[in-house]
Design a protein around this ligand. Structure first.
Ligand code: 13P
Length: 264
């Protein structure tokens, strides 16, 4: 039975590239490769200073534009931060929240992510909320417990009618930037757990509409195996999104999975 949700392939460029011209060139190559319409949803998330330039490249293309973070306050004395309204103003459609490099590298908490989630929804951004366990947590058999804590905290108070508009990204920390991709079975098991949590919390109908991406060493040659899994609805791609050919290879894999009839 086809699933009630599209695939979403998003490129998280992180703190790359370091030249505006390179960001524009990468966005241009992705735009040209994706073409004028796409059944598979595609988004790129460049560094904030390049959002406006990349938005100009993506004009009239179906590719979404995401920021990598935002603040929860609408404006004010928050040095170095960016407000949701600013992101909307420069053309953003999406915003990544709670990436593990911010959770574990910078001490971001579930409570902060929850505040950011509310602020993102309030201005009309599609939040991509990241979750995932560390290696020691997986080895200790605590993966589901960690995911449950992150879901309870970062989605606290989320109204059911808004939940379907939130994207989740399961990114096991041990798979990020390591080349150690989760196996399709490992990833599917975590995604199924997340889907069950969503169903318990928001009901089965809404849970069936929430896009849950996988992230962590996704490449063109491992993408199809992951995307064929019933609860994996796309990929949040780091390293491979910095090379247009690799990123487009992942989009192509998603299109093939979609065309094979497993998805709308
Ligand atoms: P890599 O694809 O480089 O492992 O990064 C994944 C990631 O963190 C995407 O947000």
């Amino acid at each position: 039975m086809p699933l009630n949700r599209p695939l979403l392939i998003a490129g998280n460029w992180k703190m790359n590239p370091t030249l505006r011209a390179d960001a524009v060139a990468l966005a241009t190559a992705v735009r040209d490769g994706v073409g004028p319409e796409s059944t598979v949803h595609v988004a790129v998330c460049p560094p904030a200073v390049y959002l406006e330039a990349v938005d100009a490249v993506l004009e009239n293309s179906p590719i979404g534009l995401g920021a990598q973070n935002m603040h929860w306050e609408p404006s004010g004395a928050y040095t170095g931060e960016l407000a949701g309204a600013m992101l909307i103003d420069v053309g953003c459609t999406h915003v990544i929240l709670g990436h593990s490099e911010r959770r574990h590298g910078l001490g971001e908490t579930d409570e902060q992510i929850n505040q950011k989630l509310r602020a993102a929804l309030a201005v009309g951004l599609i939040p991509i909320v990241c979750l995932g366990e560390r290696l020691a947590e997986r080895e200790a058999g605590r993966t589901e417990q960690i995911l449950e804590t992150q879901l309870n905290g970062s989605l606290a108070g989320l109204e059911p009618e808004r939940a379907a508009g939130v994207v989740l990204a399961y990114e096991p920390v041990w798979a990020i930037g390591t080349g150690k991709v989760a196996s399709p079975d490992q990833a599917q098991a975590a995604h199924a757990f997340i889907r069950r949590w969503l169903a318990e919390r928001f009901g089965a109908a809404i849970a069936s509409r929430v896009i849950v991406q996988y992230g962590g060493s996704v490449k063109p040659d491992n993408a199809a195996g992951l995307l064929e899994q019933p609860d994996i609805d796309g990929a949040l791609v780091g390293g491979a999104s910095l090379n247009a050919g690799d990123f487009l290879g992942i989009v192509q894999a998603a299109r093939a999975v979609s065309a094979a009839g497993k998805r709308h």
